[in-house]
Design a protein around this ligand. Structure first.
Ligand code: RFL
Ligand code: PHB
Length: 389
């Protein structure tokens, strides 16, 4: 098999890149380790920056997102019973869109199928060869058969546990990592959201987040020890704990119900540099991870896609390698800022096992400064709605 760009990973990064390239007449093959149904069963991000929304439009796949997504002009932050509303719209002129990653990924798969672009599911043992030469190729096994794809470029969009980053020799690669001493226990329930905007809550019992997917589908998270298991958290225990962590007015009106999904995600900050090795380009979670507190994971994947897509079009249409040569530097510059914001939000809103009274006072002071200072709110809003590409 031969293609121009071989994309490893059929998550949002790989699919969005594939659609944008296809629209420019560039041929791609997506290799996905799992099945389509498996990928679409993962409940993940919920908040889209304008940059991601614009890219979905550019891909020609924004119609359902426009019809079913929710525009959020602000968010609520609370510290015990004290609340601040950050008004994104007023502070920056821009909003975010609440539209689940699952739905966005479904739109991307439907789009890819509609144009007949090739996706190989259940591609096992994917291996990248000769990425540092002009003739890279990828091998994999599918239903017992060995396959090979020759290509011009490889996009490593295979997430944190993928093979792409590992292909870059450790002599070239530098990894930066911070692992947080807690996770997020999340549930999805067919209940109306407790509030029309997201609530990020810091309480003496730990962090909580009230999010949503639509008017009868809510997504809630609570900070939990990494040793906890979702199956040991009954729904009743989850709701009781959530109520203790959010301001009283919401605890009193929260509608509870059976969970339809329950999982624990660890929190990590991670960046791998560089994001290019020869003809291999890393994109999204394959190169970097943020803790979900700033809602930046999917959105940083989108900015990588935008830089890589533009760079590849520049190579194919203008025979100009400036974009691919500067890809790693440009992508990393924006990523580190998203890393900083996510790390700061995580520190502001969580309780840490080794936190001293002084550390708590610093959190409270940070929160009070934010409550009283418009510029501080504007900085938060600018980062939350997404820094320019
Ligand atoms: P993905 O989504 O992990 O997709 C990678 C794909 O590659 C496949 N794969 C392979 N395929 C072939 N060969 C291999 N060797 C392979 N290894 C892996 C995988 O099966 C998969 O299909 O990475 P991508 O595309 O870069 O997308 C990144 C986003 O998924 C991620 O950043 C976000 O979900 C993070 N995130 C959030 N981001 C936001 O922007 N806003 C949010 O509100 C938000 N909330 C979240 C989140 C992530 C969470 N979890 C569970 C980690 C909330 C949570 C709880
Ligand atoms: C979500 O709805 O899953 C969500 C929203 C905001 C975040 C993280 C996750 O910061």
């Amino acid at each position: 098999m031969r293609t121009q760009v071989c994309i490893i990973g059929g998550g949002p990064s790989g699919l969005l890149l594939g659609q944008l390239l296809h629209n420019k007449g560039i041929d791609t093959v997506v290799l996905e380790r799992k099945t389509r149904d498996y990928v679409l069963s993962r409940i993940r991000a919920g908040v889209l920056e304008k940059g991601m929304v614009d890219l979905m439009h550019e891909a020609g796949l924004g119609a359902r997102m426009d019809a079913e997504g929710y525009i959020h002009d602000g968010t609520v932050l609370s510290y015990d019973d004290r609340q601040i509303r950050i008004d994104f719209k007023e502070l920056t002129g821009t909003s975010v869109v609440v539209y689940g990653q699952t739905e966005l990924t479904r739109d991307l798969y439907n789009g890819r199928e509609k144009v007949g672009a090739k996706t190989e599911f259940e591609a096992e043992d994917v291996q990248i060869h000769d990425a540092d030469t002009d003739h890279p190729y990828v091998t994999f096994t599918q239903h017992g058969a060995q396959k090979r794809i020759d290509c011009d470029y490889i996009a490593g969009c295979d997430g944190f546990h993928g093979v792409s980053r590992q292909t870059i020799p450790t002599s070239v690669r530098r990894d930066f990592e911070k692992v947080y001493p807690f996770g997020w226990l999340g549930i999805l329930s067919e209940t109306p959201p407790v509030h029309h905007e997201l609530i990020y809550a810091n309480s003496s019992r730990g962090f909580a987040l009230c999010s949503m997917r639509n008017e009868n589908l809510s997504r809630y998270y609570i900070q939990c020890p990494l040793t906890d298991k979702p199956e040991n958290w009954s729904d009743d225990a989850f709701w009781a704990e959530l109520k203790r962590r959010i301001p009283q007015e919401y605890a009193e009106t929260l509608v509870t119900g059976p969970s339809i999904e329950k999982s624990i995600a660890p929190l990590r900050s991670f960046v791998s540099e560089p994001m290019r090795w020869g003809r291999l380009f890393l994109c999204g979670d394959a190169a970097h991870i943020v803790p979900p507190t700033g809602a930046k994971g999917l959105n940083t994947a989108a900015s990588d896609v935008q830089y890589l897509y533009t760079a590849l079009v520049q190579v194919y249409e203008e025979k100009d390698s400036e974009g691919i040569d500067r890809y790693s530097e440009k992508a990393l510059s924006r990523i580190w800022k998203a890393e900083r914001f996510s790390w700061w939000m995580t520190n502001l809103l969580h309780r840490f096992p080794d936190q001293s009274d002084f550390d708590i006072r610093m959190q409270i002071t940070d929160f009070e400064f934010l409550a009283s200072n418009r510029n501080a709110q504007a900085v938060l809003a600018e980062n939350y709605i997404g820094l320019p590409y």
